[in-house]
Design a protein around this ligand. Structure first.
Ligand code: RB5
Length: 141
């Protein structure tokens, strides 16, 4: 099972709590935020990107209101391949084809059960390599 780092802003705080409960069997480190007080999502994307820089085999989950800001902020880091997913198939293909190492979710646009399904898919599937490797190599380091 992969090590997981998770972080959220205030827009993703509630969903983070739901996912922490559902991921009880995993080794999960919660990087905040720790309340619903307003914070700036890039700060949390940076915290998670820093953790993954030291732990390259780990996976990350970032949650903001839409998942959009977190994905934009996280993808500024060369070692991050962040995918904002709204379906389980998105998450499956983000892992199999894009070797995504960070899942971005929207706490204000996803129901809890759908979010858990997306996380399950992200954790279940792995990178297929093969023809996808050269494509990922074109934008990764
Ligand atoms: C915060 O209000 C909101 O902008 C943030 O959670 C996120 O949705 C940004 O993309």
């Amino acid at each position: 099972m992969p090590k997981i780092y998770i972080a959220a802003d205030h827009g993703g705080f509630d969903l983070k709590g739901v996912l922490l409960d559902s991921l009880a069997d995993y080794d999960v480190t919660d990087l905040g935020t720790s309340s619903k007080d307003a914070v700036n999502y890039p700060d949390y994307a940076t915290k998670l990107a820093t953790a993954l820089d030291y732990d390259r085999d780990a996976l990350g989950i970032l949650i903001c209101g839409t998942g959009l800001g977190m994905s934009m902020a996280a993808n500024r880091y060369p070692h991050i391949r962040a995918a904002r997913c709204v379906t389980g198939l998105d998450a499956q293909l983000a892992r199999q084809h894009n070797n995504a190492n960070v899942l971005c979710l929207g706490g204000r646009v996803l129901g809890d059960e759908l979010a858990k399904h997306i996380v399950d898919a992200f954790l279940h599937f792995s990178f297929e390599g093969g023809r996808h490797q050269a494509r990922v190599d074109q934008f990764s380091c």
